[in-house]
Design a protein around this ligand. Structure first.
Ligand code: SF4
Length: 487
């Protein structure tokens, strides 16, 4: 099977003088015959009512993905260690070596988690962890070999760019440049079984923001270089953006613009030789609980704040990413958290701006299943994964779990046919009526929506969400009994 993603024949032209609200220009955007400039994107953001922006993104999504199928994947997030040398201010997951609750999974524990996801029809694992200096390259190679030996069919989507940069720092591979060193580490990992690279750690690329929130984390240039090397190896990747903290709207657009430019290069320079590219873009709002960043005051609530003034992040942001922290005394000291409408607006804009990215994923994990569902009408074509386990955003106070019948029902209730995909966005099973994991459920009382949002304060939960997925049957339609846990 090959990916359904067609190779764009050419980059759409820009029309910088066009009014982005002009219906003819918007028709061209929907058809992929015109490209937004950063200035037009900012204009569109400020002048378009939310529902109109969503409708425009929905039209664009239907041009690319049709009116029928919207997808999901069955995989498992495995966070193999929480020991991390970085100190990102938005992170509630990391621990120092020696902390009581620091952990690194044993191989057997990890393989058992994969066994469980395979039993419910899972096709991939998303494996990421902290930057743990105790783990050697051999540890990672042996891990991949064991996974591929027992589960050759499972797609291993693993090790985000910040982890790769730390691999370079920890393992000191040969090479005269960062790119060569990344190659020297990535090559053996690919040989051992790495299939694709997730886009974690993208956050916001603008330097002024990144320096404030990602202490010890790799630069934007390094992040992008890891992805470029992955594309050169023929691996596909995703790109992410975490917003709704100290950044301005212009920073979000600069972030999307950066992804779009590097994607243009990947398609132009590598596609003919079997190179990879960004398959998907997923954005989500910062989750503040239990994080140092979350202790900042929201804009308008600090001493001397005048909410009528521009938000400090907007005062600093520049569309070319050159914002200077000194341009506002309160930059980095005030938050502007993003709620549902800011999320939907951002996601819709990403669909319109990223004309060279195949999939836009809706982030139900952070936003909750129902906003994730609405996201399918705001430009997203994919609901992401059922969630057996998640430890990172759940540490920051957000925990939602879904199983296959639920995710299918959410997609169907949004007006689409749910379809299981693999990592390459190939459809594995389309659930047209009368068949489908959701349509087989006769009693939804165990699946009620409020339970999806339940925040269990249980102290013994330890974060993350665990669901009893009925793994012995291997029948996805038998999945029941969701337990939601939050720390
Ligand atoms: S976000 Fe990742 S890199 Fe940053 S502190 Fe947390 S675990 Fe470490």
């Amino acid at each position: 099977m090959t990916t359904p993603e067609p190779r764009p024949s050419s980059t759409p032209p820009e029309h910088p003088q066009a009014d982005p609200l002009d219906p003819a220009f918007q028709d061209a955007l929907v058809d992929g015959a015109a490209r937004l400039t950063p200035e037009q994107a900012l204009d569109l953001w400020h002048r378009t009512p939310l529902a109109d922006l969503g409708a425009l993104a929905d039209r664009r999504c239907r041009t690319i993905h049709g009116d029928s199928i919207r997808t999901y994947v069955i995989d498992r997030n495995i966070n193999y260690t929480n020991v991390c040398t970085a100190k990102c201010t938005f992170c509630a997951f990391r621990r120092d070596q020696g902390d009581d609750d620091a952990y690194t999974l044993e191989y057997d524990e990890l393989l058992n988690k994969i066994r469980e996801v395979v039993a419910i029809g899972g096709t991939q694992i998303l494996m990421q962890g902290g930057m743990n200096p105790e783990l050697s390259l051999d540890w990672y190679l042996e891990l991949l070999r064991r996974i591929k030996s027992e589960f050759p069919q499972v797609h291993v989507h693993a090790f985000s760019p910040p982890e790769f940069i730390e691999f370079v720092n920890f393992f000191d591979p040969p090479g005269d440049s960062l790119k060569e060193k990344i190659r020297a580490v990535m090559g053996p990992l690919v040989e051992a079984g790495l299939d694709s690279v997730p886009g974690g750690g993208g956050e916001i690329f603008a330097d002024a923001v990144r320096r404030k929130i990602g202490l010890g984390k790799c630069t934007a240039e390094a992040w992008l270089t890891v992805m470029r090397v992955a594309h050169e190896f023929g691996l596909n990747t995703s790109a992410t953006m975490m917003f709704g903290h100290i950044e301005g709207i212009g920073d979000r657009i600069h972030h999307m613009d950066t992804v779009r430019r590097w994607q243009d290069d990947a398609i132009r320079e590598l596609a003919d030789d079997g190179g990879g590219r960004y398959h998907a873009f997923i954005s989500w709002p910062f989750q503040p609980d239990n994080t140092p960043l979350g202790r900042l005051k929201e804009w308008g609530h600090g001493p001397g704040d005048d909410p009528a003034d521009p938000y400090p992040g907007d005062a600093v942001a520049r569309l070319d990413g050159s914002g200077n922290k000194n341009d506002h005394p309160e930059f980095g000291r005030r938050l502007r958290l993003a709620g549902s409408t800011a999320y939907l607006r951002t996601q819709a804009l990403s669909r319109l701006y990223l004309d060279n990215i195949w999939s836009i994923g809706s982030s139900w994990v952070t936003m909750g299943p129902h906003i994730g569902q609405v996201g399918l009408r705001y430009g997203a074509n994919d609901m992401g994964s059922v969630m057996m386990e998640e430890n990172v955003v759940s540490s920051a106070g957000t925990t939602h779990c879904l199983n296959e019948p639920m995710i299918c029902r959410l997609i169907r209730d949004a007006g689409f046919v749910p379809a299981q995909r693999n990592n390459d966005y190939q459809v594995l099973k389309s659930h047209f009526a009368p068949d489908g994991p959701d349509l087989a459920v006769e009693d939804w009382s165990d699946y009620r929506a409020p339970s999806l949002h339940q925040q269990n304060e249980s102290e013994d939960a330890g974060g993350g969400c665990e669901s009893n997925y009925g793994t012995t049957s291997g029948d996805a339609s038998a999945i029941v009994d969701i337990t939601i846990r939050g720390s």
